[in-house]
Design a protein around this ligand. Structure first.
Ligand code: HEC
Ligand code: HEC
Length: 325
């Protein structure tokens, strides 16, 4: 027992349990009306220029909050270069996006959902929303007293408010809060290794990641035998230029969010763990060690947020038609 307590004390200096809710975003209280509107926007493919792609297509809350494909397909079936990360717990990330665009801009919280640009152009999106009385009413309810409530900024705010409800408390949180039985012996061993071997140096904080950017392959190039053929970012010759800094993403729900890494090239979690050991720590983890760490990572799989699909406002004669190519 003494060991369990000291492991917990140590863990609490590196990680913290997930909060029950996010009350403030960018310093302002999250309101129920914002969440209701944000949920509508999140599931509405008509915001996209082609009328076919909603946030939920690439960040699917039914399947771990992520994209489930190596890279995502957006407007007019174009494929992007990067894996769509999970939005579960993402409003708690301090480092945003794989390579940190916008990181130092003010109000980053509100700018994130602006990646709607990858599917929608802001003027057209505003025209679509303003054409539907149901949306006009929802924006007025969420942003009362504003002269011009339907704007890209308010849409982004509402989306962030909805995303802030996508929290997934996990057995690890229960254990951090003192519930001994929440972690098996194997998972506790894995946690001890995760800390001792140095994984927590980059994957720390409330999200065990989502906090900082690092060069990939800090320690050495992982052996080609453990790499997928396409090579992914590990094929890069240099690792010290800023363009090779990648975010150490959250490991919450990592059991649900394959394929892994920014280019979505690795499908097996124990293999991803082994690659990390070699590339970032210069450590050849034994199979037993990789399995123990994987057992610990499984305790980060949280209870999913309740899913409620919204009924969306009907379009009118004024609604811009989808741009089909
Ligand atoms: C076509 C697929 C696609 C669609 C549609 C999409 N996203 Fe994304 N999203 C991505 C990808 C890919 C990334 C990672 C990009 C990067 O880091 O460079 C991302 C990243 C994000 C992030 C940053 C998460 C983090 O932890 O850093 C947020 C927030 C986000 N998207 C919100 C949204 C919202 C809100 C919508 C709908 C308005 C949306 N996305 C629609 C693919 C998509
Ligand atoms: C020096 C910093 C650093 C250390 C140490 C580190 N990681 Fe990572 N980790 C990263 C970065 C950066 C990425 C993203 C790399 C990419 O996507 O190209 C990552 C990605 C991951 C992923 C994939 C997550 C996803 O959703 O795609 C897993 C799993 C992971 N790390 C586990 C571990 C484990 C286990 C250890 C210890 C053996 C560890 N990491 C040590 C920086 C680090």
């Amino acid at each position: 027992m003494a060991r369990a307590d000291s492991l917990r004390d140590h863990a609490l200096t590196l990680f913290s349990p997930l909060p029950d809710r996010i009350a403030l975003l960018d310093g302002r209280p999250v309101t129920e009306a914002e969440v209701v509107l944000g949920r509508m926007l999140y599931f509405d493919p008509r915001l996209a220029d082609d009328g076919a792609t909603a946030c939920a297509d690439c960040h699917d809350p039914a399947t771990g909050g992520d994209g489930n494909r190596p890279t995502s397909t957006g407007h007019a079936w174009q494929s992007g270069p990067q894996n769509a990360p999970t939005l579960f717990n993402a409003m708690l990330n301090r480092a945003r996006f794989w390579q940190g665009w916008d990181e130092d801009l003010p109000s980053a919280t509100l700018r994130d959902p602006f990646r709607a640009e990858r599917i929608a152009t802001p003027d057209r999106m505003v025209a679509v929303l303003a054409s539907m009385p149901g949306y006009v009413a929802a924006f007025e309810a969420a942003f009362p007293g504003e002269a011009d409530p339907i704007r890209p900024e308010t849409a982004a705010r509402a989306l962030a408010a909805y995303a802030s409800t996508l929290l997934t408390p996990a057995p690890f949180d229960d254990w951090l809060r003192g519930e001994d039985a929440a972690l098996s012996e194997a998972a506790r061993e894995g946690l001890a290794l995760f800390i001792d071997r140095g994984c927590a140096g980059c994957h720390q904080g409330v999200n065990l990641g989502g906090d900082s950017y690092h060069p990939v392959r800090v320690a050495r190039v992982p052996g080609t035998e453990s790499l997928p053929e396409s090579g992914a970012c590990f094929a890069l010759e240099e690792a010290d230029g800023a363009q090779y800094l990648y975010r150490a993403g959250t490991l919450r729900n990592v059991t649900l969010t394959a394929p892994y890494f920014s280019e979505g090239t690795v499908w097996s979690l124990p293999l991803a763990v082994e690659i990390m050991g070699r590339a970032q720590l210069g450590a050849d983890l034994t199979e037993a060690e990789a399995d123990a760490i994987t057992a610990f990572l499984a305790t980060l799989e949280g209870r999913p947020p309740p899913l409620m699909l919204p009924v969306l406002p009907a379009e009118t004669g004024l609604t811009p038609r989808p741009q089909v190519q």
